[in-house]
Design a protein around this ligand. Structure first.
Ligand code: DLL
Length: 433
């Protein structure tokens, strides 16, 4: 089902007109209301009146994650503070997180974007949606919740974790649709098999999965284990949360909600636009947001545009499922982690050498498992094992508190981790996704 054919199936020329009108309005507003954008525009010598066509967006400055960190917490606010009704913060754990502050109109935009998204995955008012994205500051839980309610579906607001309970509810309440990270969907399937539950005999037949990288093979695995259709959905806190783009029944690229979020794909080195079919960095401008609007936000996500017609009838441009990121950010169990952060925490601990390796596996449970190999000073090895054990648990506790994920620490003898004369390779990512 197409939730909003007026906008999703709009004539492309008419949509461009709408985008241009919204862009002009946005740029004018940003210049007068947000000192950060005014300064940036002044520095690049561009004025709101210089925007005559959509291509003129190239004259405008980019916004980066580093900019957002400096503006934390309220530096991007483009409306009076008392108009903000909800706040979300990214799962990123390096430095200051990024903030999205929503007015009521922004929440309504999000509801619309997520209604389109879940409808793309086949959700209707007849569905019972088991929502196992995390609720809280993370956008996943609330975003899917709003979307399901907007469609008139019934929501089971489970949040993530407590898998035995998830399965009990799935069975007893007859969930027909699942929303969670793809790795959690597979983990639940494993637990179901262990508990002797045949998922094919339950009612769950479709799911919208995202928030982390996953592959076509993982999709096949989820689909066959549940006997369901599994759809990829994409979004990020900075732009609105989930609801930026989504797959339809064709499962061939993610339709971007272009009337709300203007997409560009640029060469990350030169900042110049890439033609459809060519990979680059995804950039978004929010066309209607009031609270914390974004101008040319560099997502660091790598994909390409697919602008051929889709069999579903939507006319929006599609993006290929993500290929990766331009930076070294790792997404572990849906939490954004940077190797530099692990390093930072590690080297504050007495007894360790400056050599470590982060090994990431997607274990039998389909959840990401992190092993942190750390070299330890020689004297610890000559010491009794109690000292080593104490050091190991200390590092594990430190990682848990700094990264918010469990890390298994393996202490190794000095000089056992491979050295490099060039760039050090700190991460061994064995996830076959
Ligand atoms: O993960 C929003 C979201 C929630 C999307 C639920 C989909 C479903 P952040 O925590 O800010 O927001 O993380 C955003 O996660 O820049 C991508 O690198 C990655 N990501 C999100 N969706 C996908 C996906 C939410 N479908 C960052 N495939 C983004 C691959 C994804 N990576």
């Amino acid at each position: 089902m197409i939730y909003n054919p007026e906008y999703e199936c709009m004539d492309r020329g008419a949509r461009k007109q709408l985008q241009l009108a919204r862009l002009k309005n946005l740029v004018e507003g940003l210049y007068s209301k947000v000192p950060f954008y005014r300064k940036k525009m002044d520095e690049s010598g561009v004025k709101a009146t210089d925007i005559h066509t959509l291509a003129d967006i190239e004259k405008l400055p980019f916004t980066s994650k580093d900019d957002l960190r400096e503006l934390y917490p309220h530096g991007l606010l483009a409306c009076p503070k008392d108009r903000i009704v909800e706040v979300h913060i990214s799962s990123g754990t390096t430095g200051k997180p990024v903030v999205d502050e929503y007015t009521q109109k922004d929440i309504d935009t999000w509801r619309e974007a997520m209604a389109r998204t879940l409808a793309g995955g086949g959700c209707t008012r007849d569905d019972i949606v088991q929502n196992c994205y995390g609720y809280g500051l993370f956008t996943g839980g609330p975003g899917a919740h709003y979307g399901a309610l907007t469609l008139g579906a019934e929501v089971l607001p489970m949040s993530s974790g407590n898998t035995a309970r998830q399965l009990m509810v799935m069975e007893d309440f007859g969930s027909t649709m699942l929303t969670c990270t793809p790795s959690y969907a597979l983990y639940m399937a494993e637990e179901a098999a262990d508990a002797g539950i045949d998922l094919h005999k339950l009612s769950v037949r479709k799911g919208c999965f995202g928030a982390e990288p996953w592959s076509e093979n993982m999709r096949k695995e989820i689909e066959s284990r549940y006997g369901m259709k599994a759809y990829d959905i994409y979004g990020l806190t900075e732009i609105i949360g989930p609801g930026v783009s989504f797959e339809c029944e064709a499962q061939d690229g993610l339709h971007i909600n272009e009337d709300l979020f203007y997409p560009e794909i640029i060469d990350p080195e030169t900042g110049k636009p890439m033609p459809p079919g060519e990979k680059g960095e995804l950039v978004f401008t929010t066309l209607t947001k009031e609270g914390t609007p974004m101008l040319r936000y560099r997502t660091r996500d790598i994909t390409y545009f697919m602008d051929d017609a889709c069999s579903c009838g939507r006319t929006t441009v599609r993006m290929h499922r993500l290929f990766g990121r331009t930076d070294d950010m790792l997404i572990i169990r849906g939490v954004n982690v940077f190797p530099s952060q692990i390093e930072h925490a590690l080297f504050a601990i007495e007894g360790t050498e400056p050599a470590y390796l982060i090994v990431i596996n997607r274990g039998e449970t389909h959840l990401d498992e992190v092993e942190l190999q750390v070299e330890v000073k020689q004297e610890f090895f000559s010491d009794e094992t109690k000292g080593l054990e104490k050091l190991r648990s200390r590092i594990e506790a430190e990682m848990k508190s700094k990264l918010q994920i469990g890390v298994k620490v393996k202490l190794v003898e000095p000089k056992t981790i491979e050295r490099s004369i060039g760039k050090a390779k700190r991460v061994q990512d064995n996830r076959k996704i």
